[in-house]
Structures are given as C-alpha cells and as structure tokens.
Ligand binder design. Sequence first.
Ligand SMILES: [Zn+2]
Length: 103
Amino acid sequence: MNEYFESDGLDDAEKRIERSKARELRKSRWWQQRTASGRCYYCGRKVTFKELSMDHLVPLARGGRSTKSNLVPACKDCNNRKKSMMPLEWEEYLEQNREGKIT
Ligand SMILES: [Zn+2]
C-alpha cells in the first residue's frame, strides 16, 4: 500500500534526510558564495543576508532533493508567494519578473 506515496514526493524519513542535508549546505562556503551578492534568485532583488532563505526549486513534497542545483537563495516575499501560490500562478509570477522587474 506504500506505492501510492512513493509515486509522489519523498516519504517522511527521506524528507528528514534532505532537510538535514540542506542545513549542512547552509553552513558551507558554497552557500556563502551563493548568497554573497544578496540577490533573490527569483525576483533579483537585493536583500540582506538575514532575509534570504534557502529554497528548494523543486520542493521536497514534489520529489526535489537537497542538491546544490536545487537550492537557491530566496527573499521572504518570494518564499511566501511560492508557498501560497499554485504552481501555475508561481510560473506566471516568475515570467513577469523576467520581463522587466529585475534590475
Ligand atoms: Zn524575491
């Protein structure tokens, strides 16, 4: 009966592992360099280091992993938007950002 869960995202144990991997990467030089510019990956705005959070491009709930290519710095605004939007709405939001707001 586990097959249903395996088809979509990670199970709880796997998510725990991925979250701890993300925590480790957060302390790494790689992340320091990634966030050195202070820019949000999504909207391109410059914010303070404290306001940048680590975001999974593909969420763990959708099978994403804590790999360097799947972790990006995101400002609080984008992070909240991403959580509250449907995937399609989020795509549209990114599209708008690409079309001009990024400085
Ligand atoms: Zn942002």
